[in-house]
Write a protein that binds this ligand. Structure first.
Ligand code: PEP
Ligand code: MG
Length: 330
């Protein structure tokens, strides 16, 4: 089985009806580019840059160190696109407290609802600008895309764009080598999924973070064992948000991908393809098994099944509906 999956590495991810599917890798450090390439991924769909910042005490990476790390990842991917997400510090990924905002984070009751990701970056503008400078400099070395986590409002979008424009002016004025690149927004807060036109207006592409989108839609803290069993990607509310986000992005002609755990779980491959998803980003070890599914799918058949799955009243029913319709359509 393992060698059969390994042989899939060079097989293009194309469905039975000829749809080309982009299978990308999620990475945490520049050296992960190697397993990502080996997996046969067509690029990096999510570089979680916060891993460069974690476990560092107060010795956070400066602009040069970040630039070198991003550049290494880009060069490691040998010309394939690399989507780098600005830090998602906070909640389940805390820094060892050193800045005032971090200390505040330690003291709140619901860190997942607190100062994390873009909120943290906007509260630490010099840190945010340092990261943005490193990213746009690294973009001069290959196809980088910049991705912003946890956005939920126009206010945050505006503040983020202001910082980006500021940094780009700064780089130009100081004569640094840099390149503009595509800018994307994570859709992982229900507020964002409910106000998509705003995001489609301001960003080049969307990336759906199902891990957080599920947690926030269902109000289930996955880290809380007492309720973890209620965390369910099959919940109709989650499926409807997903289907709607994919459909709206496609209608607007913008790229959309899923980079949460659902993307790497073969149980969801057919359903996501049926919803119109053509780009999946996952742990490198999952690429082959998702590709195996992709090769056997007729997306038009799946598309016809989706309305029934979306109209289910509860998770089990949605899952059963998918399985029985798939059985019937074989
Ligand atoms: C997500 O929320 O689905 C996601 C990809 O981001 P992270 O898991 O890093 O929070
Ligand atoms: Mg997330």
């Amino acid at each position: 089985e393992r060698s059969r999956l390994a042989r899939l590495r060079h097989t293009p991810a194309v469905t039975l009806d000829g749809e080309r599917i982009e299978l990308l890798a999620n990475i945490e450090l520049p050296e992960d580019a190697e397993p990502a390439l080996e997996s046969g991924a067509a690029g990096v769909g999510l570089f979680r840059s916060e891993f460069l910042f974690m476990g560092r005490g107060d010795n956070l990476p400066d602009e040069e160190e970040q630039y070198n790390a991003y550049r290494r990842a880009v060069e490691g991917m040998k010309g394939l696109p690399v989507t780098i997400r600005t830090v998602d510090i906070g909640a389940d990924k805390p820094l060892e407290g050193m800045t005032p905002s971090e200390l505040r984070h330690e003291s709140v009751l619901n860190p997942a609802l607190g100062l994390r990701a873009i909120r943290w970056s906007l509260s630490e503008p010099s840190m945010f600008r340092r990261q943005l400078r490193a990213l746009y400099r690294a973009a001069a070395h290959g196809p980088v895309k910049v991705l912003i986590p946890m956005l939920g409002s126009l206010q945050e979008i505006r503040q983020t764009l202001e910082q980006i424009h500021h940094v780009q002016r700064q780089l130009t004025e100081s004569g640094k080598v840099w390149a503009p690149c595509e800018l994307g927004a994570m859709i992982e807060v229900p507020a964002a999924a409910m106000t998509l036109p705003l995001f489609l207006r301001h960003f080049d592409f969307l990336s759906i973070g199902t891990n957080d989108l599920i947690q926030y839609t269902l109000a289930i803290d996955r880290a809380d064992e007492a309720v973890a069993h209620l965390y369910d990607p099959w919940h109709p509310a989650v499926l409807q948000l997903l289907a709607n986000t994919i459909a709206q992005a496609r209608a607007a002609g913008k790229g959309v991908s899923v980079c949460g755990e659902m993307a790497g779980d073969p149980a969801f491959t057919e359903l996501l393809l049926g919803m119109g998803l053509r780009s999946f980003s996952m742990h490198p070890t999952q690429v082959a098994s998702v590709k195996q599914r992709v090769l056997r799918v007729d997306t038009r058949r799946m598309q016809a099944i989706v309305p029934d799955v979306l109209s289910a009243d509860e998770p089990e029913q949605a899952c059963q509906q998918l399985l029985s319709s798939m059985g019937a359509s074989l």
